[in-house]
Design a protein. Structure first.
Length: 60
């Protein structure tokens, strides 16, 4: 029983959403959405889109 099935190995990995952990992704999406609705400027949406790769690299 030295080799494990792929299903079991996949269950050991943490859950991710768009490359971020679920908690970080929800905070990022919720925060950027609220800021976008408050300011009502597409600059916020573009800024949120540009911060996603930085957050992705910071988590790895």
């Amino acid at each position: 029983m030295s080799d494990q099935s792929r299903v079991f190995i996949g269950l050991l990995r943490p859950a991710k959403l768009m490359g971020l952990s679920i908690k970080s992704a929800l905070v990022w999406l919720f925060g950027s959405t609220l800021l976008f609705l408050w300011v009502q400027s597409w600059v916020v949406a573009v800024g949120a889109g540009l911060t996603w790769p930085a957050l992705w690299k910071a988590e790895d």
